[in-house]
Design a protein around this ligand. Structure first.
Ligand SMILES: Nc1ncnc2c1ncn2[C@@H]1O[C@H](COP(=O)(O)OP(=O)(O)OP(=O)(O)O)[C@@H](O)[C@H]1O
Ligand SMILES: [Mg+2]
Length: 1022
């Protein structure tokens, strides 16, 4: 049952300004309005309480549409009270609350008008909602909302106190277009289809199982009509409806079907401006809806401007992360919404959908397997995605495809009789001509008034044309102008196209070729729009599209470009370029790509094509399509006019040429670009050219050459006053110094880089460099700073979903914690590091990770586990040359520490030393020698330990680092003491070393080396 409370706003104020008699009269008028409206909508009056009315819908007989009737009644009450107010000297408004649910009904009380009354929670709720509704507002409960959401635009309404069971309240805004407002004739035929859907609705709701249905058929065959019927059935079964349509033309980003669904799920009003949306959903988010990690993606999906910190994090993500995040957020949104009520999500006209939209839909179908969600889709046969790769790629719930056939004879007759009452020869002719296509039949029947059944046009198009001919010239012109805008046009745009304001749209509506929807005029069917459009002569169409383009120039860059395109205006290509750039700023990558391609298709001038190809290369590169990126940059290079235009495409090409065999070509290209940039004195290009060359040398181990290039890059970046290029060069320099083991120098570069990134908010660059700064702090003997940097980098990386930076930070943090004997914290890090490695597929980091795990296991007394981890580390690093030089000696060193027999230890150490000689990334030198010293001191191999300490010393000779020096000194003191005895000098040395190492928090080494291997250690401590 649905309960409605209507109450006069500030009644005491009104009554105090009137004499009692007038008050009584106003009250009488008010009651008579409310009573009659409620009764007209099939409700009953339960009682009058003071100045309030309580109405019931669904008593004594319940109807499926009780809530809808109640909300419609409320809307009309407000309207009628507005009229009453005009005759009064003071403001007069009502506020209304509506709730629905189980109630106890019966003959309670003896009021003469109430045959019975109701009691229950819903009654209290309705009264409570009404109390908080403002003047001229209707506030409805969750249950009512889910029944009327398809018909009324509603906004979330914040109650001052929480409602029972975490229910939401909603404020009714306005009646929606579509379903109920467009006079929809009763559906004919389609019984089988309807039965099938009823079964789907039941099973989805009862068994909490997702269902997906695609309705396919020719234009005008009745897909949309069937969808409307399905939505009505779904609504009766308590489903909440969310629908959107893919548009073929005139579809700016705001109209994107998926975004419409998202807004609908969140209860964001259709008319809500972008700036207000975040505020509107704040209460939902505060309740934990979708979860905090989804927030950055949600801003993009609802197209609301994000707060600066969120926007910065979002910008720092790569494209794939953003896309995956948005898809996951959509799925989460659906499952959270489906936890309250079953959902029916409708997306119409997939034949016009772009691949992004289809990908989202595939993701939805994959996500709803165990949710009470029905996804309903429609498509024409031409362009049907369900015959292509898309359908084969679907996972999750199976897609059921339903082909819609022409209406049968019986249904057609029934439809005709609905229109014209009886079957005449004209009707029979129409039925034959329409051949079961309901749209055609309907239009033919409508033409009866105009033509008296003279002759029947052969196609919908010719039919539309003949009906158009009955209109006056200005009306016909207006109709044609409207068709240029697409299926929907608003008054402002129509005025603009006609060059005059105040056009009377009445006759267009009377013709039933168009209908009104809020402030818009809408063609009653897209085929009617197509028919009208086809009647335009080429030059008039062009002229109108040009006018439309001018209208959109400052309003919508995409529509601006599309209209110029349709006007065959040569400016279209550069308009597409602008639109694509805008889309890219918003991270709408696939849309940007479509716009670029469209621009290229119409571009007639080299400079515009050049710019479009560059942009195309940049987009491909952003989504890791390197081969395509190279192609686009190459095309741009061929289009380049002056020499100065050659540098950008060359740099782009080299950046995308990831294939190892292309080194020679890449270097040659860079030389060409460098010649040009030097001649033209372009430091920004030079900075990039040197950086690229450095990047080519780096993975080939040519450290000195790499360093030289990065230095040059830095100088040019400073000359170009480009902090971005400067930060990149610093990062490159840090990497190169790291590679050759100059950790202090690397640390300085990373520190400068991070500082610059912080200043200019280059988050994407800041995070990895912060992690590297942390890592190098460790080698410089500053473990605390290392931890602080790494922890911050991890947190930031998680916020921006930068897995790679997170991995660097965790793999730096874990060994630092092991050195500090903080094993449980180290364990957590190594676990998380493995997860990230898995997620990234970055398996070359695995041996490192296993090496820490081995030491952690050993510290926990799990010797066998430690040995197994170390063997795994060795095995994995041995799988490739790259693996060996990246972590081979590191793994062997660890094996030497944890293994329990001399042979294994000695073999491991010998292999590690050999690999170091062959050339390895610097961290291997540090960790191998560190571990070799420990292993040998513990096994009493003093001379070998000393030799390794010497080797480490000479490795760091060029730039000593504190952490390595501690181990060298330990080896010297311990071996000296063991070989020559514990002199007083050594005692002093050992105790100052211990103090320094404790200060540096190298607890593990203090314990395992100083305490355990020094003779008469007690004396040292004492
Ligand atoms: N079974 C039906 N009973 C009554 N009217 C119908 C039926 N099927 C379709 N119609 C009417 O025919 C017209 C065309 O139908 P509809 O818009 O549903 O076609 P469609 O298949 O969605 O076409 P398109 O591919 O162009 O979107 C509509 O006005 C609709 O109300
Ligand atoms: Mg349709």
């Amino acid at each position: 049952m649905t309960i409605l409370f209507a109450d006069i706003s500030s009644f005491t104020k009104i009554s105090s300004s009137l004499d009692p008699e007038d008050t009584c009269a106003v009250l009488q008028q008010f009651f008579s309005i409310v009573d009659s409206v409620i009764e007209r909508y099939g409700g009953t009056i339960d009682k009058h309480i003071g100045d309030a009315v309580m109405g019931l819908f669904g008593a004594p007989i319940a109807h499926a549409d009780d809530p809808l009737r109640a909300v419609k009644a409320a809307a009309e009450i407000h309207e009628q009270v507005d009229i009453l107010e005009e005759s009064l000297p003071h403001p007069f408004k009502v506020h209304i609350g509506i709730a629905a649910g189980e109630v106890v009904a019966g003959g309670i009380g003896d009021d003469e008008r109430a045959a019975y009354t109701v009691i229950g929670d819903s009654v209290n709720l309705a009264a409570h909602l009404q109390e908080h509704a403002g003047a001229r507002e209707t506030v409805i409960s969750q249950a009512v909302h889910s029944s009327v959401a398809g018909y009324f635009v509603c906004d979330p309404f914040v109650m001052p106190d929480a409602l029972p069971n975490g229910q939401k309240a909603w404020l009714v805004r306005s009646a929606k277009s579509g379903l109920d407002n467009a006079a929809v004739e009763p559906i004919v035929g389609r019984e089988r289809e309807l039965r099938h859907l009823e079964a789907l609705l039941e099973s989805a709701r009862m068994e909490k199982r997702g269902e997906a249905l695609l309705i396919r058929g020719e234009p005008g065959i009745g897909k949309t009509r069937l969808v409307q019927e399905f939505q009505r059935l779904a609504q009766q079964r308590g489903y909440s409806n969310h629908c959107a349509q893919v548009l073929d033309f005139g579809a700016a980003t705001g109209q994107d079907a998926i975004r419409i669904i998202v807004r609908s799920l969140l209860g964001i009003a259709e008319t809500s401006p972008k700036e207000r949306r975040a505020e509107e959903i704040a209460p939902l988010l505060a309740r934990g809806f979708v979860g905090t990690e989804a927030v950055p993606f949600l801003y993009d999906l609802i197209e609301a401007p994000a707060p600066p910190d969120v926007a910065m994090r979002y910008d720092a993500m790569d494209n794939a992360t953003r896309l995956a995040g948005k898809r996951a957020t959509l799925c989460r949104l659906i499952s959270d919404a489906a936890a309250d009520v079953p959902l029916m999500i409708t997306v119409e006209d997939l034949h016009w959908a772009q691949s992004v939209t289809l990908d989202y839909l595939a993701e939805i179908l994959d996500g709803i397997t165990n949710q009470p969600v029905v996804v309903l889709m429609t498509s024409r046969l031409e362009g049907d995605p369900a015959v292509g790769a898309w359908r084969n790629g679907l996972r999750g719930v199976g897609l059921f495809a339903m082909n819609l056939n022409p209406l049968g004879e019986k249904a057609a007759v029934q439809m005709a009789t609905q229109y014209l009452g009886k079957s005449t020869k004209f009707v029979r002719d129409c039925i034959t001509r329409a051949d079961g296509n309901p749209l055609f039949l309907q239009q033919l029947l409508r033409s009866a008034d105009d033509q008296g059944g003279q002759h029947l046009p052969a196609t919908i198009q010719s039919l539309v044309l003949s009906r158009m001919d009955r209109l006056s010239r200005p009306e016909k012109k207006a109709l044609q102008a409207a068709s240029v805008a697409g299926q929907r046009i608003d008054q402002r745009m129509l005025d603009h196209l006609l060059g005059a304001s105040g056009f009377d749209t009445g006759p267009l509506l009377d013709s039933q070729l168009m209908r009104a929807d809020h402030d818009d005029l809408v063609f009653t069917h897209s085929l009617i729009r197509d028919g009208v459009y086809s009647s335009l002569l080429k030059h008039s169409a062009r002229d109108l599209h040009n006018r439309a383009a001018a209208f959109y120039e400052t309003r919508d860059p995409i529509l601006h470009a599309e209209h110029l395109d349709k006007a065959s205006d040569p400016a279209a290509a550069s308009a597409y370029l602008e639109a694509a750039r805008g889309a890219l700023v918003e991270h709408h990558t696939s849309q940007a790509m479509l716009l670029v391609d469209r621009g290229l298709a119409v571009s007639t001038t080299a400079p515009v094509s050049y710019a479009l190809q560059i942009l195309k290369g940049d987009i491909h590169q952003a989504i890791d399509q390197n081969t395509e990126a190279v192609k686009a940059y190459k095309a741009a290079l061929e289009l380049a006019g002056p020499e100065s235009e050659k540098c950008v495409p060359i740099i782009g090409m080299v950046r995308s040429m990831r294939d190892g065999h292309q080194l020679k070509d890449s270097l040659k290209l860079l030389t060409t670009a460098q010649d040009i940039a030097t001649r033209l004195n372009q430091p920004a290009y030079l900075a990039q050219i040197h950086a690229q060359r450095g990047n080519l040398y780096f993975p080939r181990g040519q450290v000195d050459a790499c360093l030289e290039e990065q230095k040059q890059s830095l100088q040019h970046a400073i000359a170009a006053r480009s902090p971005k290029l400067e930060a990149e060069a610093l990062s490159g320099l840090g990497d190169a110094e790291y590679m050759r083991g100059r950790m202090a120098a690397a640390n300085v570069h990373f520190t400068d880089c991070v500082k610059l990134c912080e200043q200019h908010q280059f988050l994407a660059n800041q995070i990895p460099n912060l992690a590297l700064r942390g890592l190098t702090h460790f080698y410089c003997g500053l473990p605390e700073t290392c931890i602080a940097d790494c922890e911050r980098a991890i947190e930031m990386a998680k916020g921006a979903h930068q897995l790679r930076a997170e991995l660097v930070a965790r793999t730096a943090l874990a060994p630092a914690l092991v050195e500090m004997a903080e094993f449980s914290r180290a364990h957590v890090q190594s676990q998380s590091a493995s997860d990230v490695i898995e997620a990234l597929g970055a398996h070359r980091f695995l041996p490192q990770c296993l090496a820490f795990k081995a030491k952690i296991a050993q510290a926990g007394g799990q010797d066998q586990k430690a040995i197994a981890f170390a063997h795994d580390a060795v095995r994995l690093s041995e799988q490739s040359d790259a693996g060996r030089s990246f972590t081979g000696p590191w793994a062997y060193g660890t094996l030497a520490i944890v293994c329990d027999d001399d042979t294994t230890r000695q073999n491991a150490l010998a292999t590690g030393r050999k690999l170091l000689e062959d050339g390895c990334v610097s961290h291997n030198h540090f960790w191998f020698y560190r571990d070799a010293i420990e292993a040998q001191l513990r096994s009493g191999d003093w001379l070998s330990a000393l030799a390794d300490a010497e080797a480490l010393k000479s490795y760091i000779a060029a730039q000593p680092i504190r952490w390595a020096e501690y181990y060298i000194t330990i080896a010297q003191i311990v071996c000296g003491a063991q070989l020559e005895g514990m002199s007083d000098d050594r005692i002093v040395q050992a105790s100052s070393l211990r103090a320094a190492m404790e200060q540096a928090r190298l607890q593990l080494a203090v314990r395992r080396l100083l305490d355990d291997t020094l003779p008469a250690a007690r004396r040292v401590r004492g």
